[in-house]
Design a protein around this ligand. Structure first.
Ligand code: FE
Ligand code: FE
Length: 166
């Protein structure tokens, strides 16, 4: 199907990000399990819950457009998750592994921020106010998560600096 206008592009990108959110849901569960720092673990678990809400919001977005919530495989997120998995296979001191988990998680958040930023702008351009608001809520959550990870990294990086493989 040809993408004829900005609304078609918006729909394609919504399908892409729906796939991305579904993929990261699974990965976040594993990341929470692998994290040693309790606050980091809690942060991953909290964002997992948020992500489930974001999927619900996306389903609502499709409803607003009167389309079925059909996901289209997001290769970008697959790549980011693949990279993250390789990190989990490495032998590393717990604090260092936590620092690496944060690095991987922040790449994911930045990727999502880019996507939702574009989607919000397109929805606003098209005068789809309700849609823009839904997407903005998720964009704010992704930004807050990124900031929280930066805060946690400050402490964890410090500990990782002096860590040894046990
Ligand atoms: Fe998300
Ligand atoms: Fe996220």
């Amino acid at each position: 199907m040809a993408i004829e206008n900005l609304q078609d592009a918006l729909l394609e990108e919504l399908r892409d990000v729906l796939s991305a959110e579904k993929q990261i849901t699974k990965a976040l569960k594993q990341m929470a399990k692998k994290a040693s720092n309790e606050q980091l673990q809690a942060a991953f678990e909290e964002h997992l819950e948020q992500t489930e809400g974001q999927i619900g919001r996306l389903e609502k977005a499709f409803e607003v457009l009167d389309r079925k919530p059909r996901a289209k495989h997001c290769d970008g997120m697959e790549g980011l998750i693949e990279e993250g998995k390789k990190i989990l296979e490495e032998e590393a001191a717990p604090d260092v592994l936590d620092a690496m988990l944060i690095a991987a998680a922040q790449k994911v958040e930045h990727y999502e921020i880019a996507t939702y930023g574009t989607l919000c702008a397109w929805a606003e351009n098209l005068g789809l106010t309700e849609l823009a608001q839904l997407l903005q809520e998720t964009l704010d959550e992704e930004k807050q998560t990124d900031e929280k990870l930066t805060e946690l990294a400050a402490q964890i990086n410090q500990q990782a600096q002096t860590a040894q493989v046990e």
